[in-house]
Design a protein around this ligand. Structure first.
Ligand SMILES: Cc1cc2nc3c(=O)[nH]c(=O)nc-3n(C[C@H](O)[C@H](O)[C@H](O)COP(=O)(O)OP(=O)(O)OC[C@H]3O[C@@H](n4cnc5c(N)ncnc54)[C@H](O)[C@@H]3O)c2cc1C
Length: 166
């Protein structure tokens, strides 16, 4: 089987788990339709391309969208293991991004991440570079304290119309 440079044979070669290019097939609950005990989230999952491009490209996947997928997986695993119910949580697929380019940067919001969109916002400037440094510290603090979505972050993003889960 042909695999992409960034795919892993041990995953890509499992019959029915991935498309030929090595991206993992999931349903809307991040679950493999072939192997119900396998969930997947992140850059490695298969999403249909947004449009045909001269050089084949996949659908963009950014950090917040991936946090959404992983949050959905955590909820769905709890549903199965602890609550004995079917998975029902979906990631919201929204992009909120600070892209650091060294001496400048770009910040954007895209809701939903894949067009057609209800909301888009974009700003460029050196402030994004510093915002990214601050965000990195904040993010590491969250990971160290084991609270991936503090209530004040959730409330602030919700006020802006941005939510992790559908
Ligand atoms: C240059 C660059 C800039 C970006 N900037 C932004 C940004 O500003 N904002 C934003 O939201 N998103 C940004 N992104 C996108 C974002 O980084 C990714 O969407 C996100 O990190 C993907 O998370 P992931 O967990 O799916 O994969 P990754 O973060 O790539 O994690 C995969 C992990 O698997 C490990 N791994 C790989 N193969 C194996 C193996 N065989 N065995 C064990 N481990 C393995 C890798 O070492 C890696 O740690 C950027 C991406 C790039 C490349």
């Amino acid at each position: 089987m042909h695999t992409l440079l960034n795919s892993i044979d041990a995953v890509a070669n499992v019959e029915g788990l991935c498309y030929p290019k090595g991206f993992v097939i999931t349903d809307k609950y991040q679950r493999s339709p072939t192997y119900p005990n396998i969930f997947s989230g992140g850059v490695c999952i298969a999403l249909p391309p947004v449009e045909v491009t001269p050089v084949p490209t996949s659908t963009p996947k950014t950090g917040y969208m991936i946090e959404s997928m992983m949050t959905a997986i955590a909820h769905n695993l709890k549903a199965i293991i602890i609550d004995n119910t079917a998975p029902s949580t979906q990631g919201a697929s929204q992009a909120i991004c600070l892209a650091d380019m060294g001496d400048t940067g770009a910040a954007f919001v895209a809701i939903p991440q894949i067009p057609p969109r209800n909301k888009t916002w974009f700003k460029q400037g050196k402030w994004v570079h510093f915002a990214k440094i601050a965000f990195e510290r904040y993010f590491l603090y969250k990971m160290k304290t084991g609270n991936s979505e503090p209530f004040y972050e959730k409330a602030m993003l919700k006020a802006l119309g941005i939510e992790r889960l559908k």
